[in-house]
Design a protein around this ligand. Structure first.
Ligand SMILES: *[C@@H]1O[C@H](CO)[C@@H](O)[C@H](O)[C@H]1NC(C)=O
Ligand SMILES: *[C@@H]1O[C@H](CO)[C@@H](O)[C@H](O)[C@H]1NC(C)=O
Ligand SMILES: *[C@@H]1O[C@H](CO)[C@@H](O)[C@H](O)[C@H]1NC(C)=O
Length: 113
């Protein structure tokens, strides 16, 4: 799915440039709220050992939902159920498990119907 750079992009949290962690883009045919999905990522030595995976509304609300509290970076992927969120654009964030303001990686934005 294409990355949509709108007026809200600057409102999203700054991603730490010090980390190489990269979240995969959701599949082109998209996801559905409530669906059980698998998200993968690429990591490099020096990346944090674990992180919290969150779903964040890509709009003025920036509402955030914790998806998986502690993900082991070495696992390479994690399976979880998407919450029943309202229609809109979202991003996935990998954030520090004890301080969500530290963002390691952010996926491209995607649409949930
Ligand atoms: C999360 O941030 C804290 C405070 O900066 C840091 O001490 C901790 O190591 C970080 N967690 C990971 C998994 O790197
Ligand atoms: C996450 O990683 C940090 C830094 O290595 C470590 O201190 C912490 O215990 C880990 N948390 C869990 C739940 O494994
Ligand atoms: C979380 O991290 C931010 C950015 O590094 C820092 O300014 C803030 O003090 C931290 N908060 C806590 C509760 O550690």
């Amino acid at each position: 799915m294409k990355l949509i750079l709108g007026p809200f992009s600057s409102l999203l949290m700054a991603v730490s440039a010090a980390n190489a962690l990269g979240l995969d883009a959701p599949p082109p045919d998209g996801w559905t709220p409530g669906e059980t999905v698998t998200e993968g990522w690429q990591s490099q030595p020096g990346d944090p050992a674990n992180f919290t995976l969150t779903l964040q509304a890509f709009d003025i609300s920036q509402r955030s939902y914790a998806l998986v509290a502690v993900v082991e970076t070495s696992a390479g992927s994690v399976t979880f159920a998407l919450p029943d969120v309202s229609t809109g654009e979202y991003v996935l964030n990998a954030v520090n498990a004890t301080n969500a303001t530290i963002v390691y990686a952010q996926s491209s934005s995607f649409y949930l119907p």
